[in-house]
Ligand binder design. Structure first.
Ligand SMILES: Cc1cc2nc3c(=O)[nH]c(=O)nc-3n(C[C@H](O)[C@H](O)[C@H](O)COP(=O)(O)OP(=O)(O)OC[C@H]3O[C@@H](n4cnc5c(N)ncnc54)[C@H](O)[C@@H]3O)c2cc1C
Length: 388
């Protein structure tokens, strides 16, 4: 019988796929996060679920000490990436080598699931950060199948998803490259689904796309974008209640506040993040279309990075210049008091009532005023505050 509970479980699904009796299924808890549920009539108490669970072990990965600044030269592909397109460049190379790429994609406007692709035509689906927990579905099993077949596999996800994959595979594969993101936490898929439904009601139109992060003339990292009725585009920043709740850490999965991976011990070959602070640490490497900070955590990761030299601008940097801008490489996000009852009523209340009580108050008057300022002014204020 599995020991992990809804406070500690990350929802990776390694236990479900490992159970020899197939008696574990994933069910959404009251907050909408998936947790394992055991059919006790079938369970033979073999303990395989506990043995595979990464949350019941320590993170023993080595500490990362190497990093590069990364900007993918392919402007056409890079425009769909969140920062410097490190993921898209790697994926392009893997696909050129007839490999498989697995990562998080919108399967419709309000659902994010892990999918596998084998063609560059589908790459755009995996690009871009989705600030909601992605469901890994049966991608661990698919990855194993491709790996055993000798295909190259790039698996991308949060560190806890990579830890789950590695535990499930239980052996090293030369043909597997794992990439994770610097992650502050993930929010509930149910909350995201309900938020999109509420937006549609409020705006009386179809939300065709909701991009958590988009690039604009002002550069990267400032805005998200919503597309209404397949044509009308609206940018949003901290005045979007879902984004604001997410950025202030109010709606994360409980395990995120105790994350085993919010430090320099990286479980993947490469860790990707935004290169925040680059204008002060390496102004010569700044690029308006985005720069990724890539932590190189293994020899395999380093070798793959070297192969990208002709496709991208890659420069070795001092990791100590990255860490101060990345709280989640230092410690997990602090759990705010508001988290305790954040999800109360999500299932029971009607959408409007819930959003009014829990999500809308996340946006303050200051946020609304801030959103009205022209980007240049906002940026000047930010520079003044941060001293660069
Ligand atoms: C939930 C979350 C929190 C993040 N927090 C930070 C942070 O605190 N600091 C920071 O510097 N960067 C953070 N990032 C990473 C950052 O947003 C960019 O992904 C990173 O800069 C890499 O950019 P890129 O242009 O190389 O690739 P991108 O185009 O962003 O692609 C990166 C990969 O992320 C994967 N991905 C996207 N959404 C999810 C998801 N929900 N679950 C699992 N995998 C996903 C995709 O499959 C893709 O392979 C976060 C990303 C996510 C998803």
């Amino acid at each position: 019988m599995i020991s992990v509970n809804n406070k500690t479980c990350t929802g990776c699904r390694a236990c479900e796929h490992t159970c020899p009796k197939k008696c574990i299924s994933m069910k959404a808890d009251t907050e909408g996060f998936l947790i394992p549920s055991v059919d006790i009539k079938e369970c033979i108490k073999c303990g395989a679920c506990d043995r595979v669970c990464p949350q019941l072990k320590k993170n023993n990965a080595p500490e990362c000490s190497e990093a590069v600044a990364f900007h993918f030269n392919n402007t056409e592909i890079n425009k769909y990436s969140t920062s410097g397109g490190a993921f898209a460049a790697l994926a392009t190379l893997i696909l050129e080598n007839k490999g498989i790429v697995i990562g998080a994609a919108f399967t419709d406007v309000n659902h994010v699931n892990h999918i596998s692709i084998s063609s560059s035509d589908e790459l755009y689906r995996l690009q871009g950060s989705k600030y909601v927990q992605s469901n890994t579905l049966n991608t661990y099993v698919q990855a194993k199948h491709y790996l055993d077949d000798g295909r190259l596999v790039l698996y991308s996800g949060t560190a806890c998803q990579i830890a789950g994959l590695k535990a499930f595979l239980d052996k090293d594969y030369n043909n597997l490259l794992c990439v994770d993101v610097i992650c502050h936490g993930v929010s509930s898929p149910l909350l995201y689904e309900k938020y999109i439904e509420w937006l549609q009601e409020k705006k009386s139109c179809e939300v065709s796309l909701y991009h958590f992060r988009t690039k604009s003339d002002a550069g990267w990292g400032h805005y998200g974008k919503i597309v209404l009725d397949k044509k009308k585009e609206q940018l949003f920043s901290s005045n979007d209640p879902y984004i604001k709740a997410f950025m202030t850490g109010q709606n994360y999965r409980e395990c995120c506040y105790e994350c085993h991976y919010a430090n320099r011990k990286r479980v993947s070959d490469l860790t990707l993040g935004d290169f925040w602070g680059i204008q002060s640490s390496y102004p010569e490497l700044y690029h308006r279309d985005g720069v990724s900070a890539v932590l190189i955590n293994s020899i395999k990761g380093k070798e793959w990075m070297e192969q990208l030299n002709t496709m991208a601008c890659i420069k070795a940097v001092d990791i100590e210049k990255i860490i101060p801008y990345q709280e989640n490489l230092q410690h997990p996000t602090d759990r705010p008091e508001t988290r305790t009852d954040f999800y109360n009523g999500l299932k029971a209340q009607n959408n409007n009532e819930y959003m009014k009580k829990k999500l809308l108050p996340c946006v303050t008057i200051d946020d609304k005023l801030h959103a009205l300022l022209p980007m240049k002014l906002k940026y000047a204020i930010k520079r003044l505050r941060k001293g660069f």
